[in-house]
Design a protein around this ligand. Structure first.
Ligand SMILES: Nc1ncnc2c1ncn2[C@@H]1O[C@H](COP(=O)(O)OP(=O)(O)OP(=O)(O)O)[C@@H](O)[C@H]1O
Ligand SMILES: [Mg+2]
Length: 391
């Protein structure tokens, strides 16, 4: 039952994990996906396809893949063709091929034992399961850059080659990769690259009118009638368009604006609610991304926040952050990890748009520069402290 004083009727519609039943302005891209993977339905087991979706933050990559996967499975069922769809986020799985494979095998066999298998064994197990079920699998590797950064290009190479040399010559595994950055392709070996290059789906930034229509369709389901005047929708769309057309930012801001309206017991969201909500919405540092960091990664992030809280400088060096990281560890009575491990933690933070890490060109050694954008050091510190507490 909805609270009669609230502007919301169904907040869940604005949840970050909500998948809308229809994606606006992505028909063409969806058709392209259908085209690339058509053989799963029309010529099952004949080939294994690879494709990649590329686009900036909040351009609908994840939603598009998930929606496509859902529809693919439904269509397959109608045609009595066996297709599974499994979607894994490589960054949430720390960019580890091993963890990705374990997640996939677990999705197929929930009671599969947690321990005792190496990555190559899991790969074999996966192929065996597909063969036993006599099914095809479309596996989506979301945020594939993380897998390549951590486990190298070999991980992807192995996944694309696993079917060659098997006795069973049915093609069962197709891959859909997702990346924010097209440069990820440059890192791949020639043959993986050439198979992906032929099937790239690029998602453009949403324009303000497109963002407005996306917001409108969500607002209709999430809010009481008349609670979201058009000028509010357009204002949020304008702000989100400044954030590179990030639909997630737009939807998040809409939700928070509703919260401010509720706080003031207003029946309608107004522009001032949006203004109040805007500074608290950070398109990248959000619970979703922060909560899957390990404790020590959070300590490193805290060290980054502390550095910029104390120093009015554009960049921090790795050394400076590492020193502060050790202080943070001391504070929490934890033994700081060694330099190599610290380096890995730091690289794990590359996924955030708010933390930029680049090589220091003035220094030929392996120094990196860390830079904080889009979030104040104080806010970042607050968020991280909260996340640490929850662990
Ligand atoms: N065309 C659209 N129509 C309706 N909702 C959309 C559309 N595009 C994106 N959204 C919504 O915006 C939010 C962000 O989309 P999504 O998570 O797919 O972005 P992304 O490209 O995967 O971003 P990231 O690179 O940060 O992972 C989701 O809640 C999604 O449902
Ligand atoms: Mg995504």
């Amino acid at each position: 039952m909805s609270d009669t004083r609230s502007v919301f009727v169904d907040e869940g519609v604005l949840d970050i994990n909500y998948i809308p039943s229809k994606l606006l302005h992505r028909d063409e891209e969806k058709r392209l996906l259908e085209h690339f993977f058509d053989h799963l339905l029309s010529a099952p087991y004949e080939m294994s396809q690879r494709a990649i979706i590329v686009g900036g933050v909040g351009t609908g990559k994840t939603a598009l893949a998930q929606l496509f996967g859902r529809e693919l499975v439904e269509k397959a069922k109608k045609r009595r063709v066996k297709v599974r769809y499994i979607h894994v986020n490589c960054r949430e799985l720390r960019g580890s091929l091993f963890m990705v494979l374990r997640r996939v095998v677990k999705a197929m066999r929930p009671d599969f034992p947690e321990r005792g298998y190496a990555a190559n064994e899991l790969m074999e197990t996966l192929m065996q399961l597909l063969s036993e079920e006599d099914t095809q699998l479309l596996l989506t590797l979301d945020e594939i850059d993380s897998l390549i950064d951590t486990d190298g290009t070999e991980a992807l190479y192995n996944l694309t080659r696993v079917q060659e040399g098997l006795l069973d010559d049915s093609r069962r595994l197709s891959l859909l990769c997702i990346s924010k950055d097209i440069n990820v392709l440059k890192k791949l070996d020639k043959s993986t690259l050439s198979s992906l290059q032929r099937s790239i789906i690029q998602l453009k930034e949403y324009s303000p009118p497109q963002l407005s229509s996306i917001l409108l369709s969500r607002a209709e389901a999430a809010f009481r009638k008349d609670a979201t005047p058009l000028e509010v929708i357009d204002f949020i769309a304008e702000l989100a368009s400044q954030e590179h057309g990030d639909a997630r930012y737009a939807i998040d801001l809409l939700w928070r604006s509703g919260k401010y309206a509720d706080l003031e017991i207003s029946r309608q969201i107004n522009l001032n609610h949006v203004r109040k909500a805007a500074p608290s919405v950070f398109p990248t540092i959000k619970e979703e991304s922060i909560n899957h960091l390990s404790l020590h990664e959070l300590y490193v992030l805290l060290a980054v926040a502390r550095f910029f809280k104390i120093n009015n400088l554009p960049n921090a060096s790795t050394g400076e952050v590492e020193t502060l990281y050790k202080v943070v560890c001391e504070e929490y009575n934890e033994k700081p990890r060694g330099h190599t491990q610290f380096w890995k933690y730091l690289n794990q933070l590359k996924g955030f748009d708010a933390v930029h890490i680049k090589m220091d060109s003035s220094n030929q050694g392996r120094t990196q520069l860390i830079n904080l954008t889009k979030i104040s050091a104080e806010d970042l510190e607050k968020e991280v402290l909260q996340a640490i507490e929850q662990k």
